[in-house]
Each structure stands twice: as C-alpha cells, then as structure tokens.
Ligand binder design. Structure first.
Ligand SMILES: [Zn+2]
Length: 212
C-alpha cells in the first residue's frame, strides 16, 4: 500500500518562521538535523520552496497540539505544515502567497486528495487555548490567499470542484486564548464564550464522540 494511503491528513497548516532572512542552506541544515518537528516545507521570501520532508510524511509535527500532553496521536499525522519565512510585522510577499497556493496543490496531489479536502488552518488556531501556544503567522491576509488558491485550482481543473476553505481571517485575528478553549479538532467558529472546559473532560468528550 502506498504510504500516502495510510495517512489521515485533514489540514494544511500555515506557519511563519519569524525570521524573514532564511536561505536554502538554513533549511537544508534543518533537514540534515533529521528532526521531524520543524514542518514539511519552507517558503523563502522570493517564493522558493524548500522541502524538508515529503508531503506524504505523517510523522512530521510542528505544534504544541501534537505533543502527547495535549492531543498527541489524535492530531499527529492530520496536518501538513508549511513555514512562510516572514518576520513578525511583515506580510508574506506575493511570491510567497503564490508558492503557498502551489504547496497546497502539491500536498493534495501527493496524497491523492481532491482539491478542497485539506482544511486550511494557521498554527495560531491549532494551538488555540494551549498555554504558551504559538501565534504564528502574525501577519497574513488569508482572504487574499484563499482567492489566489481558488484561481490556482480553477486554472488546473474544470468546475465543479470543491472549494478550498479554512479558518476565517476574523477568527485568526482574535486574541489568542480569547475563549480559553483548546480543542481537537480545532474550533474554527468565530463565536466564543468565556466558559472554561477542563482539558480532561474535553478529551474524553472527544473520545466518546469518536470522530475518527
Ligand atoms: Zn508555527
């Protein structure tokens, strides 16, 4: 059986490096380290995409949510992780948005997933509610990216096809931990309350629900 068929990818997660000056050599160094905790691919400022692990690798992690003290195996293998090399306070370049759309298409193709299957998330919403969870990417125009991705997909396939979708700009822009709920699957709703759900209670509720 092909490796990709064993995976359970559901999400395409956008990160940022908070550097903005990375080059191919630096990404190659990450690759040589052999660590699977730094994502699948990096997109440099000029739009160059440097692969660290193939998009079919379900052992790559890059969030706190995937750690065993949070959602562990529920989350591991469900996410493709792509790092935009942007410094906080700086938006991605147009070449980076174009490369990000291509990365979504390549990741879908690599796993034989129809376009629109992978739900687009940001690291911030994946780690939502987790103490010291990350809040990258700090600066991104998701609506611009969705339009660009739509166009890129339309250029390849004839309608009808499934539209790609994901977390809204509004939800992403909310203050991290605003509703203090960590959640798996990630809560993409912009509605929130200040109720606190104890982690264990939430975990057992998820297990009982048996999403997978
Ligand atoms: Zn990240």
């Amino acid at each position: 059986m092909a490796e990709s068929l064993l995976n359970k990818f559901e999400y395409f997660v956008i990160h940022s490096t908070d550097s903005g000056t990375m080059d191919t050599e630096q990404v190659e160094a990450i690759k040589s380290s052999g660590k699977k905790t730094k994502g699948h691919a990096y997109i440099l400022r000029d739009g160059t995409t440097v692969m660290v692990w193939p998009y079919t690798d379900g052992k790559v992690t890059a969030t706190k949510a995937e750690q065993s003290n949070y959602f562990g195996s529920q989350a591991v293998g469900t996410m493709i992780h792509v790092e935009l090399d942007t410094k906080s306070g700086t938006y991605p370049t147009e070449q980076q948005y174009i490369a990000l759309a291509k990365s979504y298409i390549d990741a879908s193709d690599a796993n034989n997933l129809p376009y629109g299957t992978l739900i687009i998330l940001t690291h911030k919403v994946v780690d939502w509610g987790i103490p010291n969870g990350h809040s990258d990417p700090t600066d991104i125009d998701l609506n611009f990216f969705y339009r660009m991705l739509n166009d890129a997909i339309l250029a390849r396939v004839k309608a009808p096809y499934c539209l790609p979708y994901g977390v809204s700009q509004e939800r992403h822009d909310m203050k991290n931990r605003a509703d203090y709920k960590e959640s798996w699957p990630p809560n993409l709703s912009t509605k929130f309350t200040f109720d606190v759900i104890p982690k264990q209670q939430l975990k057992s509720a998820l297990k009982a629900g048996g999403r997978k």
